[in-house]
Design a protein around this ligand. Structure first.
Ligand code: NAG
Ligand code: ZN
Length: 248
């Protein structure tokens, strides 16, 4: 801790010198981190760790309610993204207008950055032809290195302001209470963390949250939309043709 404080003091001194006109290294620019939506009366439900078994059900509930969600995909976590079922789920989510976000290739606790980031981006470029403009770090863990690399990769980082706790062992009833407690406070907007890897989330919590949020007048939109209508992707192109190099 002492060393850290000393380092901080050194940094401030360097900053003061730079401000005084001395030459200094330009600071690397960092990706923007979003933890909340911007638009009023919008809720962005995000679903991490797929593509997995219950993606299509989550999509069906959202679409039936006239809504959209955001899927933060891994390449090789609960399933391999190049399995036929996984590829079909990615295509299904994209075809139904949900936003696709990078959640790194293998979901490491700390990101050995570029390596974890390009591989999932490549998978999304291959399967549906999109280059994601957003990434969500696994466990919400990031530091300046992650933000520098995300910036170099032209991505913003998305966190959340409501955690349903589904991946932390919360029961379905507890996750529902997270939503009802939040909505009772009339927030301007909600950016909620869910995981598509739990059947309770897909089959029970999602329909509950959709009904509750809509009854209070919240529109169910993608993260890019609730941030004021940002571009979800850096670019889009036709999907590519699978070949034997598409492996996990
Ligand atoms: C960076 O991403 C934005 C969308 O967030 C896109 O409009 C822009 O063209 C991208 N730049 C490059 C160099 O790909
Ligand atoms: Zn995750």
């Amino acid at each position: 801790m002492k060393t850290f404080t000393a380092l901080l003091a050194l940094f401030s001194a360097a900053g003061a010198l730079a401000a005084g006109g001395a030459t200094s290294q330009p600071r690397a620019s960092l990706a923007t981190v979003y933890s909340s939506c911007v638009n009023n009366k919008q809720a962005a439900l995000t679903f991490d760790d797929g593509p997995y078994l219950w993606l299509n059900d989550i999509s069906k509930f959202l679409v039936a309610a006239g809504g959209k969600g955001t899927f933060c995909f891994n390449g090789n976590n609960w399933a391999c993204i190049y399995d036929t079922d996984s590829q079909n789920r990615v295509k299904y989510a994209y075809a139904h207008g949900h936003q696709l976000v990078s959640h790194t290739w293998s979901h490491p606790i700390s990101i050995p950055v570029h390596n974890e980031m390009w591989r999932i981006e490549q998978a999304l470029e291959r399967i549906v032809g999109v280059s994601p403009a957003f990434m969500r770090p696994p466990y919400g863990n990031y530091n300046n290195l992650v933000l520098e690399v995300a910036k170099q990769r032209n991505q913003s980082v998305i966190m959340w302001d409501l955690d349903t706790g589904d991946s932390l062992g919360a029961s379905v009833a507890q996750s529902e209470k997270v939503y009802s407690d939040a909505v009772a406070k009339n927030p301007r907007n909600i950016l909620a963390l869910n995981h598509e890897t739990y059947s309770g989330t897909a089959e029970t919590i999602v329909p509950y949250a959709i009904k509750l949020l809509q009854s209070k007048g919240y529109q169910l939109v993608t993260v890019a939309e609730c941030l004021g209508g940002l571009a979800p992707y850096q670019w889009t192109a036709p999907p590519q043709t699978p070949d034997p190099s598409w492996t996990c």
